[in-house]
Each structure stands twice: as C-alpha cells, then as structure tokens.
Design a protein around this ligand. Structure first.
Ligand code: UTP
Length: 293
C-alpha cells in the first residue's frame, strides 16, 4: 500500500520569470485553480492522503492556499455563494498536508532527500509540483498498480517525438508487458542517435526507501545539483526498477508555452467558458487566416 506522497515545490522557476520572482510557479493558476492543487487532487484521487510538500523561500502562499481562511469563508457565506464556499472548504480538507523547507536549492534529488524522516521505511509516490497530468485513471494510481504487481521502484514514462529525446531523461529496457519495461538504461538528455528509446520520464514516480542511501552517495551532476535521475541510475546497480508507460497527457506548467496551451485546453473543457471561448478562438483563427491571405 502506498500511503504517502512527496511533492517537490521548492524550485526557483527561472523559466517563468518574471512571474515567479515573488510567487511560486506551483501557484500559477490554470484558469482559477493553482497548479499544485491539481497535483494534490491527483494524490487524493489515487487514495493518498498524507502529503509532504517540499517548500522553500518565497513559497508561503502554497501553505496559505491549503490552510483555512476563516475571514474569507465568512465573507463568502455572507454573499451566500455556496459553490465557492464549498470549494474553499474542500481545499483545506483535501488531505493531511505537511511542509518541509529545502533551505538550499540543491536539485530535485536533494528535495526528495528531505522526505527521508517523513517517509521512513515505506515506499512513497513523488509528483512534481509543476506538472499536471490529465488522465482518466490518475497517473499516480497507474503507478501504484504497477508497484503492487512488481514491488519495485516505478517511473512514469511517456512517448515523446524522436527529435525531442535530447530534452528529456530517457529510459531503455526489456518489455515485461505492453506498458511495462524492466529498466536497464536511464540517460539524461541523450543525443538522438544515443537514445535507447523515445520513452521520457514524466514527473511521477513510486520510490522505495532505498532511494535515500542512493541519494546520499550521488555526486552533484548537471547544474551542480543532486539529480534524482543520477540517484536512480546508481540504485539500478543493486535494485530493479520498472517504467510504466502512462495513459494521460502531461502539462509542464513551468514552461511558458505549455502553460498557455494548458490554459486553452482546460478552458475549452469548462462548462461556463467552453462556448464563448471556442467562439473567441475561432474568430481569432479566422482573423489570422485572413492576415495570411
Ligand atoms: P524544475 O527543474 O522544473 O524546477 O523541477 P525549477 O528548478 O524551479 O525550474 P526552472 O528550470 O528554474 O524553471 C521540477 C520540480 O521540482 C522542484 C520544483 O519546484 C518543481 O516543482 N524542485 C526543483 C525542488 O523542489 N527543489 C529543487 O532544488 C529543484
């Protein structure tokens, strides 16, 4: 049983400056909901209610978002806006959320190392705080299913175009089933001709506690940071790791263009916006087409 999740959310978000100068990128909203709330919802939908958020400098608004705001609630009650009131109460009751601060930004591996006392000897899920994955079955649930079958560390992977493999962590291995690979290779940003596959790491993991000694032994790598991928590669020498090809669509909110695309796609699905927003998009495209003519 996987009962705990860790959400690293301490990073600087330099790709989204200047918006992230004084606010966490994990709080950037897709329409009206902060990115990290979608991530917490994925945990809850996967049966996990104990969540450790790795926080840091300038990230207080994440704590405030999941805390109770009685003054705001009573103001909304006075306005008799029941729908919003219920949403506010839902957010503060979603899960048992704990916070720990990563004082120095030493990378994703170091962020996860901060969870060692919280997770102890149990396997746990990791969900990147700036990545939403839209799917029918929550992706963390898909990974938990793989963990229950194989009792090994599980990495979520997705197919990416071959010309983009050099932007991702890429896995290689032998097929155990249609969607599952036994890992033999884990390469960070390989050249296209060196990539063992076009399956990229997708920002969700189930890690066993063996990751902590591996992280201790991991030397600083790219960007002078402790990289999770390096620790996993080290761990692979003694432990087996599987990769699960996920069913879902990944949105990296930390990237400005992806953020825009996500907003458009999610807005088209929202009942109150879909019609007028679709009309706006059609008119915009028509105007663009006319300009080209
Ligand atoms: P990223 O590498 O996307 O985050 O890490 P970043 O460093 O903030 O991004 P840029 O490149 O500067 O824009 C993925 C997740 O891991 C967290 C981030 O907050 C993000 O949610 N992270 C990253 C940490 O918690 N600590 C770190 O030291 C690095």
């Amino acid at each position: 049983m996987i009962k705990k999740a860790v959400i690293p959310a301490a990073g600087l978000g330099t790709r989204f400056l200047p918006a992230t100068k004084a606010q966490p990128k994990e709080m950037l909203p897709i329409i009206d909901t902060p990115t990290i709330q979608y991530v917490v919802q994925e945990c809850v939908d996967s049966g996990i209610e104990d969540i450790l958020i790795i926080s840091g400098k300038g990230k207080r608004s994440i704590e405030d978002h999941f805390d109770r705001n009685i003054e705001l609630e009573s103001r909304i009650q006075e306005k008799e806006d029941e729908a919003i009131y219920n949403q506010l109460r839902h957010i503060e009751n979603m899960a048992n959320i704990h916070f720990i601060r990563q004082k120095e930004l030493n990378g994703l591996g170091d962020a996860i190392y901060h969870a060692r006392f919280h997770c102890g000897n149990e396997p746990f899920a990791v969900l990147l705080g700036d990545t939403i994955i839209d799917s029918v079955i929550p992706v963390t649930q898909q990974l938990i299913d793989s963990y229950e079958q194989y009792q090994q560390t599980v990495i979520a992977v997705e197919t990416v175009p071959w010309e983009k493999v050099s932007r991702y962590g890429i896995v290689g291995g032998t097929k155990l089933s249609d969607k599952i690979l036994q890992l033999t290779e884990l390469i960070e940003k390989p050249d296209r001709d060196k990539a063992p596959s076009n399956l990229a790491i997708a920002g969700r993991y189930i890690l066993t506690p063996e990751i902590f000694p591996a992280l201790e032994k991991t030397q600083r790598g790219k960007g002078n940071e402790i990289q999770l991928t390096d620790a996993l590669r080290l761990m692979m020498k003694t432990e087996s790791i599987v990769a699960t090809q996920i069913e879902g669509k990944r949105y990296d909110i930390g990237n400005k263009l992806d953020f825009l695309k996500t907003t458009v796609e999610f807005a088209l699905r929202r009942k109150e916006f879909s019609k007028p927003f679709e009309q706006f998009l059609r008119e915009t495209i028509k105007r663009l087409d006319e300009q080209v003519k």
